[in-house]
Design a protein around this ligand. Structure first.
Ligand code: ADP
Ligand code: MG
Length: 900
């Protein structure tokens, strides 16, 4: 055995330390951390031959990590202090040299070297830091880890591992400290920790968290070689307190038989398994799809889950059977304990010597610990020894066990799985966002097209009108001027003729040509010239007009150019839309591909029989309705550009189509809270109410009512609506409209008003409640749901006012005769209607003034039903509380022998 140990030569060779007998042992510190997993260079990883490995399926890349061994000496106890008073301790520690001397007799001793030598004065904190902390840190990084205590009964294994340290925090053992460290380092949102606590006793595995579960079998994954215990209880750990309670519970169940050596000693192996599951984001990976050329496409980083396991083992006492003084059944028991322990020893020997066969299957303990020795886990062993020279033999064998374990080399490896579930979830959200954005853009696009068409039509007709008017005016002017000129000319001619006749007569009389005739001719000539000049002027005027006409025509052509520009913009929009649709198709195909891959993976795992199959993709679709925050919707952007006044002006347009479009746009804008104030300020509410009054078209009325319902969500608007006589208009519409969608909008608007504490009395006196109830004649579920919401709102406000002492007496709803419908609808098939009515009943029942009517109207039965059948726990308990706090209901229930 000497060749296996780090000890000096016995006897004469005192003081000289032999060099390590095996190259497996390195000088690296006990605390050395692993390199970060992302930097692993696959080529640098050492590989163990499978024959020398505890784990048969441990192939692949990893980092070498030798099993680290520390020795801890327990201080003398009271008995030893008396009984061994005259004797020296059987060991002498040299912690600074990491050496331990085992005395053979007064002259001779053997020296052994360990990774850590912990004296009887070593604090629990220090023991945790040198033995367990590096392992826990590895587990947090995604590696498996093992911390195991080995030693004779009574030497402090449980003290080292399992102390809870409730009275004295400095006494906390490795189990408690490890969990503290894990809890501090994991994220509550994305990571999870669960614990199983087991006992291996007489080759039977028992569940310390559920003692009835006393024969748990070990399952090995033939593909990965992973060992799991599917039958064991797993408890999720959220805080340290729950973990401590769990340890206490486990300890209470642990079989501890008395032995000669220590009354508290245990002959079972206690195994605590901490399962750590952490989410990590890998590098961004391109998901290969055919259409993956698009560079602007967002590729989500690859989500990974790291599953690691920390195994803490408090072994049974390593002493030989006869020492424990057992007999009969106890002897059988001791043999069984020895079976697991000796199998562990054999496996460690085989691994230390690189033997071809490692007898893992010989015991349950070695099967459970296959990953801890020669596997992929980071392992620390603490061997505990006592000082008494009487137990020198046991101490020596414990030391040799530790020495052999130091030669076992593990190959540490991270287990990462691709987190399909979270990737699918993220893609779904992205897809939903894109769909919503596409819908919004489509709407804005339609509105924009309508607006542009309208604008273009208006402009063309205006240009046409101006042109025709101008032309007509000019034509008339020319005609008049022309006629005037002709008239003047005719007059002149008549005058001339008369003059001529008279002059001829005079000439005949005078018998000769007088100078007067020639003068006349000159005058006529002048007149003619003047006329010619005027005609030329008129012609000029006509030409001028013609050129003006040409200019108008050009202006018309300019308008055409603008329309052309708008058309190009439109085409751009169409192009954009197409691009978005293409992106959605790409995303969908990715989703399909992923679903397919995940399915395949699941099937493959299922075939492999693994206990930890990938989680399915069956999570419900996340509903993401929010637009990208901080971005204006296209409708709002349009709103900014066009201006609210212009849009409202269109509500009064002569063209019915324009009015319909305009009211739709206003309704859309009113749906966004940010626009409501501007709409109301610009008189939009008044315009919409006017539209309701001057009803001419069902669409206009429906859309106007919808817009009013949207504005009525805001408290300030609710008061304005009342002041402007909105409730009587809504009531009139409620009574004469037939269209269910119009009624739904009106009911929605009134339901919003019902939720305003200040308006209760006015609503009732102006007929609002009657109007609301009147609409149930239309049996459409959408309308009924709004009516139910209005009633629930009203009842809530009343209940609040009663509680605050502002009102008293019976509910106005009961006064208005709403109770029969409420009772009748309490069990409606449609969930939204039922839910509102259930709440309304609970609010009404909170006030004793309503109780009598409610009992007479059958509402008590419905409330009792709600306490039993309602699917929502909060409403069930609200109904129960309400019923229990009413004297009248309680006595009626007693009378009817109803028990909640
Ligand atoms: P084991 O689990 O190995 O049988 P225990 O942990 O039950 O041993 O320890 C036996 C006794 O010795 C207990 O009373 C324990 O409190 C005490 N003991 C063990 N180790 C130490 C130590 N390092 N310092 C003080 N007391 C110790
Ligand atoms: Mg113990």
């Amino acid at each position: 055995m000497a060749s296996n140990g780090y000890r000096n030569g016995t006897g004469t060779n005192k003081g000289a330390i032999k060099p390590p007998a095996s190259s497996n042992i390195r000088s690296s510190s006990f605390k050395s951390r692993l390199p970060p997993s992302s930097n692993h260079s696959p080529g640098s990883a050492l590989r163990r031959t499978s024959s020398a490995s505890f784990t048969t399926a441990a192939g692949g890349d990893g980092v070498p990590g030798r099993v680290r061994v520390a020795v801890r000496l327990r201080p003398r106890n009271a008995e030893e202090s008396t009984a061994d008073a005259d004797f020296a301790d059987c060991v002498e520690l040299q912690p600074e040299l990491k050496r331990l001397k085992l005395r053979k007799n007064n002259w001779e001793s053997e020296t052994y070297e360990f990774d850590e030598v912990l004296t009887e004065f070593a604090s629990q904190k220090r023991v945790y830091e040198v033995v367990a902390k590096p392992v826990v840190e590895s587990v947090l990084d995604g590696y498996n880890g093992t911390v195991m205590a080995y030693g004779q009964t009574g030497t402090g294994k449980t003290f080292t591992l399992g102390r809870l340290g409730e009275e004295d925090t400095s006494a906390r053992g490795i189990m408690v400290r490890s969990m503290e460290e894990i809890l501090v380092n994991v994220s509550r949102e994305t990571d999870s920790i669960s614990v199983s606590y087991l006992q291996l006793y007489m080759e039977t595995i028992q569940d310390l968290l559920d003692p009835a579960n006393d024969n748990i079998s070990i399952v090995e994954d033939p593909r990965t070689g992973d060992v799991s215990l599917p039958g064991a209880t797993h408890v999720e750990i959220k805080d340290e307190q729950s973990f401590l309670e769990l340890l206490r519970l486990g300890e209470a169940h642990r079989i501890a038989a008395n032995t000669k050596l220590n009354t508290e000693s245990s002959r079972s192996h206690a195994i605590l398994m901490v399962h750590v599951k952490r989410s990590v984001l890998g590098e961004e990976v391109a998901i290969p799809t055919e259409s993956d050329k698009s560079s602007h496409f967002v590729k989500p980083p690859k989500p990974l889950v790291r599953k690691s396991k920390l195994v803490l083992v408090d072994l049974a006492g390593s002493e030989r059977v006869q020492k424990s003084g057992s007999e009969g059944h106890m002897l059988e028991e001791a043999k069984s304990i020895n079976l697991s322990l000796s199998a562990l020893g054999k496996c460690i020997n085989a691994l230390a010597e690189n033997s071809a066969h490692v007898p893992i299957r010989d015991s349950k303990l070695t099967r459970l610990l296959r990953d801890s020795f020669g596997g992929t886990a980071r392992t620390s062993l603490i061997v505990t020894i006592g000082p008494s020279p009487r137990h020198r033999g046991e101490t020596a064998s414990t030391i040799l066990f530790g020495q052999r374990a130091m030669k076992v080399e593990n190959m540490l490896r991270i287990k990462e799985e691709f987190d399909y579930k979270s990737l699918a979830r993220r893609l779904e959200i992205q897809l939903d966002k894109l769909i919503a954005e596409n819908e919004r853009q489509q709407k804005a696009f339609d509105d924009e097209v309508e607006r542009i068409n309208l604008e273009a039509q208006n402009r063309v007709s205006e240009v046409e009108r101006n042109f025709t008017d101008g032309l007509e005016k000019e034509r008339l002017k020319c005609q008049m001027e022309y006629m005037e000129s002709v008239k003047k000319l005719e007059e002149k001619m008549i005058e001339n003729q008369q003059k001529h006749q008279h002059d001829g007569f005079m000439k005949d009389k005078c018998n000769g040509e007088g100078p007067g005739f020639c003068e006349d001719i000159a005058v006529i000539k002048k007149l003619l010239e003047k006329e010619t000049h005027m005609r030329k002027e008129a012609e000029k005027e006509v030409n001028k007009l013609k050129s003006q006409l040409g200019q108008h025509m050009d202006a018309g052509a300019g308008g055409d150019a603008e329309i052309l520009k708008l058309q190009i913009a439109l085409e751009d929009e169409v192009h954009q839309k197409k691009k978005l649709e293409e992106e959605i198709i790409i995303l969908r195909s990715q989703m399909l591909q992923l679903t397919f891959e995940a399915d395949q993976m699941r099937r493959c795992l299922a075939r492999g029989g693994s206990g930890n199959a990938y989680p399915g993709l069956d999570s419900p679709m996340s509903q993401v309705r929010d637009s990208l925050s901080g971005h204006k919707t296209p409708v709002s952007a349009l709103f900014d550009q066009v201006g609210v006044e212009k849009i409202l002006d269109l509500l009064e347009s002569e063209d019915a189509n324009v009015r319909i479009h305009a009211v739709k746009v206003v309704a859309n804008l009113a749906a966004e809270e940010a626009n409501q104030e501007r709409i109301v300020e610009a008189g939009g509410l008044t315009s919409l109410l006017m539209l309701l009054r001057s009803y001419e078209d069902e669409t206009v009325r429906r859309v106007a009512a919808g817009a009013i319902a949207n504005l009525a969500m805001n408290e300030a608007n609710q008061e304005l609506i009342m002041v402007q006589g909105g409730i009587s208009l809504l009531s009139t519409t409620a009574s004469d409209a037939e269209d269910p969608q119009t009624l739904r909008m009106v009911a929605g608007a009134i339901a919003n008003l019902c939720g305003n504490d200040k308006l209760q009395a006015t609503l009732r006196s102006e007929g609002g409640i009657k109007a609301l109830l009147g609409m149930v004649r239309c049996r459409h579920p959408d309308v009924l749901s709004q009516v139910a919401r209005g009633i629930a709102n009203f009842a809530k406000c009343e209940s609040r006012a009663s509680t605050n002492g502002i009102r008293s007496g019976r509910s106005l709803l009961i006064d208005e005769g709403a109770l029969p419908w409420i009772v009748q609808s309490a069990n409606n098939d449609a969930a939204p209607i039922r839910r509102h009515i259930e709440l309304a009943l609970c609010h009404l029942a909170q006030h004793e003034a309503n109780a009598k009517d409610m009992i007479n109207g059958g509402a008590l039965w419905e409330l009792v039903r709600i306490t039993r059948d309602c699917s929502r726990e909060d409403i069930r308990s609200l109904a129960r509380r309400t019923l229990n706090s009413s004297l009248l209901f309680r006595s009626e229930m007693r009378r009817l022998r109803i028990e909640l």
